[in-house]
Write a protein that binds this ligand. Sequence first.
Ligand code: NAD
Length: 326
Amino acid sequence: MIKTRFTEMFGVRHPIVQGGMQWVGRAGLVSAVANAGALGFITALTQPTPEELTKEIKRCRDMTDKPFGVNLTILPSLKPPPYAEYRHAIVESGVKIVETAGYKPQEHVDHFKQHGIKVIHKCTAVRHALSAERMGVDAISIDGFECAGHPGEDDIPGLILIPMAADKVKIPMVASGGFGDGRGLVAALALGADGINMGTRFMATVESSIHQKVKEQIVANDERATDLIFRTLHNTARVAKNAVSQEVVAIERKGGAKIEDIAHLVSGQRGKVVFEQGDQSYGIWSAGMVQGLIHDIPTCAELIHRIVREAEEIIRNRLDRAIVAA
Ligand code: NAD
């Protein structure tokens, strides 16, 4: 077992997080992660209404008695969701851990903290991590440029971002972006993090509800199979490379594109169809560079135990033994 400030603070066995993922973070996956001893997050906005979120949290609780949390992500949206109502649903449900991400989390963080909820804020810059720490969050998830979804606009990879954040952030910190195996966990610990957060890796598991064909596409994809879209809109997103992402990139390259020019291509509703029907070229779906390290579709328990076993093996047999008397 690997014990860190993170496992202690959140009462979980392993320093591994399954972070929020739109259309993916549902009760089946989250409860499997929790039952395997890691910390999973239901993605609030995947549920069409706050009432449905309440039901999803209950469904998860029926499947596990271990800790799990809810993710609330605040990003530009074609149809802004009622964030405050989702937040109230989370508080009312009695969930004790929340992952926030995105812009201006202050009012959400304040509300969650007033109700004794532990907050992990996910961010992509040291300055944002420090500002979240000042806001009173309990932990940081620091997200490198390799990540799926929104890497921010600074393009700093984890190898630099994680130690830079570790030098300044005092509260526990998990490292996100590019993690998928035990080597990544050891690296994150060495760089000063207290654990890892994985998204794409958990998409390709037995319990993830996305279509089998999308899981197989993740396994088939290599580390180059992502595109960065919304660069020109300052809302960069790393997504799986396909015909639609290439079309968006081409439109943006021409210059002057507005969200209205690409909305029909990028709508989350189209991405949802990808996951439900398995046609990976139908819309935009998030995936990280870590696809290059994903070669199978294990259960969550197999994956989590393998990562911990591999990390322990590296620390004991490679790192420790590399030190010899001078
Ligand atoms: P959507 O259909 O509203 O928008 C599709 C994409 O376009 C999103 O990536 C969005 O950020 C982007 N976008 C929309 N309006 C924009 C603008 N004016 N400028 C720049 N970019 C813009 O989004 P969706 O995929 O249906 O997601 C719905 C909600 O879920 C969003 O509000 C977002 O906050 C949230 N979300 C959560 C996660 C997560 O992992 N938790 C990931 C992505 C999105």
